[in-house]
Write a protein that binds this ligand. Sequence first.
Ligand code: TZP
Ligand code: MG
Length: 211
Amino acid sequence: MHPALVSSRLYGIVDLGYTAEEELEATTAALIGGGADLIQLRAKGLEKDKILALGRRIQPICRKTGVPFIVNDHADLAIELDADGLHIGQDDGSHDETRKLIGTEMLLGRSTHSPEQARQALAEGFDYIGFGPLFPTPTKQGRPGIGLEHVGTIQQEVGTRIPVFCIGGIKRSNLPEVVAAGARRVVIVSDLLTAADTTEATHEARLLLGD
Ligand code: TZP
Ligand code: MG
């Protein structure tokens, strides 16, 4: 397991679908202050120049606090931003061709939507995976929830080798259920970003994950 990810439990995403641009720094700091162990910049549908400008505001906050900064989708932007990692989906290219682009140092994560995809991502050499959506979620529209059925198996089979972050429709309110199903690591987006106090919400989520 990548040393930077061994103790990671809660993955926060600064998603421009929920975070106003002027709140970028405050939101990043709130997620980190509440206990997020990784931060991803996710800005679906924005121009690359725009994403680059947003990333330039987030990257230094992550660097200063020692939290890995991950860029969604764009290998070129991850390089340009000196990011600590890149996150790609099933249709964003193969592990090997992406690894060639970003070099050996950067973390490389993959979204997976089934047990087969999770096993395949491990076999291909990804540093971590997202596994979900567990529940249907407006943050990722058009994908059914895969439920909790395979969470325990995938945590055992894959999650003991590389971090498995369960994702999709996870909230503080259903987190105990997700943990009881066997999840050790999670990504939570809207529940943290739409909370009245993101720092407090993140801290609550971190506590619900347990030791
Ligand atoms: N990939 C699978 S589900 C999802 C992504 C990016 C969205 C998770 O967001 P939320 O708001 O925590 O359901
Ligand atoms: Mg993608």
